[in-house]
Design a protein around this ligand. Sequence first.
Ligand code: HEC
Length: 394
Amino acid sequence: MEIIIQDWLSLLLRWLHIITAIAWIGGSLFFIWLDLSLRRRDGMDKNVQGETWMVHGGGFYHAQKWLVAPKDMPKELHWFKYESYFTWLSGFALMAVIYYWGAETFLIDRSVMDMSTGVAVGLSLAGLAAGWVVYDLLCRSPLGKNTGTLAVSVFVLLVIAAWGYGQVFSARAAFVHVGAMIGTIMTANVFFIIIPNQKIVVADLTAGKAPDPSLGKQAKQRSIHNNYLTLPVLFMMMSNHYPFTYSAEPNWLVAALVIILGGVIRDYFNASHAGGIGIRVRFQWPLAAALVVALVFITGGKTLLSGNSGTVTSDTRAVEIVTTHCVSCHASKPTSEFFDSPPLDVVLETQADMLKFAPRIYAQTVLSTAMPLGNETGMSQSERDELRSWLDAQ
Ligand code: HEC
């Protein structure tokens, strides 16, 4: 019974998380575009930075950006913050259901570090909080005065976190924690910096006072970070469904390249919305392509290029390996205490079953060490090689 409740909770929370994240990211991409598309027109109020016209859904929209409060402050001023808060809350709840409730299965990998559920959950929570504290200190420190130095420091912080998580958690949990750390930094930016600063600025403007420009500057800096971190965080979240990403060696390098890749792609859009020309909008795609090639190589190329031993594993031996290492979970009636039904409906009881799932077995067991889950059954590298040779021959 527990498994059906856990799976339903996980499904509903994932649904909510995706919906709120679409609303948040969608809104933020729209505002970046809006900001960069503003143009000045003759005869405009001097307090208006620019305006833009849009057509959508059968009507025209006309938006202007005011740098000071209009004389008659509109009664209804729309704020955008709950999308971000609910993305974090639903994401955190989803992580708790999968990784805290299922800590034995998904968070802890005894071959990495043996620990109790309590310690693992404590480490996870402490890591998220520490990520924000260190990031915030970096931004406020002298390093934060220079955009470039700050960007490099935040990048180094995230890569160290990726490495550190890999020393304590399962590879899959390590990756999702890097994503969660970035997501936490992004929402905390909205909650602790962007919205409070905006509130002070609005209050000052309404009172006719000139707001402190450093408030706007600080909010802008955090907003730019959020912008560049958006694409990497989405990749880190999705990578959970692609074990070759998180179980590559070394997986912190995969995380590092993904952060650069996402940032570079985002930079292309920022530069082109702002009307960038020449090298400013030309370097991103070739660099992104090179990064993807590097990622493919790190995650799979080494295995594929290493070739096969030559002797083909017999059918009986292949079935024997799978029966030893996989069938406790992947059976119509699993004997593993963690599962009542075969995970993702993958049943591997017969040779025909193995053929049916061959490419997926290859991805999970040969290209990555994602299966057996947490290497619960202690599968050795030579057994993986034997299985690979059988799969290659099919
Ligand atoms: C301790 C239990 C356990 C063992 C042992 C185990 N698996 Fe799995 N397997 C799982 C779970 C749980 C999932 C679902 C993971 C998820 O939800 O992403 C899964 C998913 C899979 C999938 C589907 C992944 C996908 O997204 O396509 C394949 C294929 C697979 N396992 C193959 C194997 C093979 C091959 C072995 C033996 C070498 C094995 N598993 C051993 C628990 C196990």
